[in-house]
Write a protein that binds this ligand. Structure first.
Ligand code: HEM
Length: 202
């Protein structure tokens, strides 16, 4: 008898992505909290700057015809517009693009990035509750954290079901994982940039 292959490496791609991004997610969660985004609206606005930069770098992926063939509602899932409106609600300037955005990733790599962006909507359920304490809501200032049409859990399940059903080569399997890891690295860079560009804040 050999040990179950799922013991160390889950059989579902989405589960494997969860597993390899667990540590980066925990680090990012701690970093977000270290910037005390829910202490003041000004602190929260810097978090929105990071979210806007991240989302705006992914607009091309959310609108990519080949990716929409795989995920038909992909374009509606994009939150760049919602984050831009949040910036306006918070009297915060739309930031200039920051060098180092993802450029023309392969299909599998792009799906790794989208996995992270879509997954971040789950944590957003917790974050929006905190934002309410700052007088914000899914129609003012915290739109990008709002419940997606059709529900958070359902939207995530549809996304992961589709991702899990795709046939990938070994190279593509490595690329989707690279995309997910790179997305966490990028969000971390953008978060630091967002707070560094407002030196009077935490
Ligand atoms: C840019 C990417 C992401 C950011 C900035 C982010 C941020 C966060 C933060 C700050 C929390 C803590 C909320 C709280 O305790 O109040 C959280 C929780 C959570 N996140 Fe993320 N997240 C990201 C990606 C993901 C991904 C890819 C997934 C799923 C695959 C995910 C799933 C969750 C879940 C389920 C929670 C709630 C409970 C828990 O901590 O396990 N997030 N996220």
């Amino acid at each position: 008898m050999t040990a179950s292959p799922t013991a160390e490496r889950p059989s579902l791609r989405s589960q494997r992505l969860n597993q390899i991004t667990h540590a980066p997610h925990a680090r990012l969660d701690a970093l977000v909290k270290a910037h005390a985004p829910f202490d003041t609206q000004a602190n929260f606005a810097r978090f929105v700057v990071a979210q806007y930069l991240f989302q705006s770098e992914l607009v091309a992926l959310y609108n990519d015809a080949e990716l929409i063939d795989i995920i038909p509602d992909l374009a509606e899932r994009c939150r760049a517009d919602a984050a831009r409106l949040d910036l306006s609600d918070l009297d915060t300037e739309v930031p200039a693009p920051f060098e180092g955005a993802v450029q023309n990733p392969s299909r599998a790599e792009a799906l790794g990035w989208l996995f992270v962006s879509e997954g971040s909507k789950l944590g957003a359920a917790f974050l929006i509750k905190r934002a309410v304490g700052l007088g914000l809501s899914e129609t003012f200032g915290a739109r990008h954290l709002g419940e997606p049409a059709g529900g958070r859990a359902e939207g995530w399940k549809r996304f992961t079901r589709t991702l899990d059903a795709l046939e990938f080569s070994a190279e593509e399997e490595a690329a989707v994982e690279k995309g997910a890891i790179d997305a966490f690295v990028r969000f971390t860079v953008l978060l630091e940039q967002a707070y560094a560009s407002a030196p009077e804040l935490a």
